[in-house]
Design a protein. Structure first.
Length: 65
C-alpha cells in the first residue's frame, strides 16, 4: 500500500523529488491528476506517494535538506 505524502506543482519538480528520495533509498510513486484524462500535461500538479510505514523516513529526509 502507498500513502499520499505531498503534492508538487509540476512533473519536473516531481522527478527532482523522486531522484532525491531514490538517492536516499526510498521509493516514491508520482501520480498525475486523475481528472485530466488524455489532456495530461507536464505542467499539471503531481502527487507523491510513499510506501505505508515509510512516511516518517520521507519526513526525516526532508528535515535533513
Amino acid at each position: 500500500m502507498w500513502v499520499e505524502f505531498m503534492t508538487v506543482p509540476n512533473a519536473y519538480v516531481a522527478e527532482t523529488w523522486r531522484e532525491l528520495f531514490a538517492a536516499e533509498g526510498l521509493s516514491i510513486r508520482v501520480v498525475p491528476p486523475v481528472d485530466r484524462g488524455e489532456r495530461e500535461s507536464k505542467h499539471d500538479p503531481r502527487t507523491l506517494y510513499v510506501p505505508t510505514g515509510k512516511a516518517h523516513v520521507a519526513r526525516e529526509i526532508l528535515r535533513k535538506i
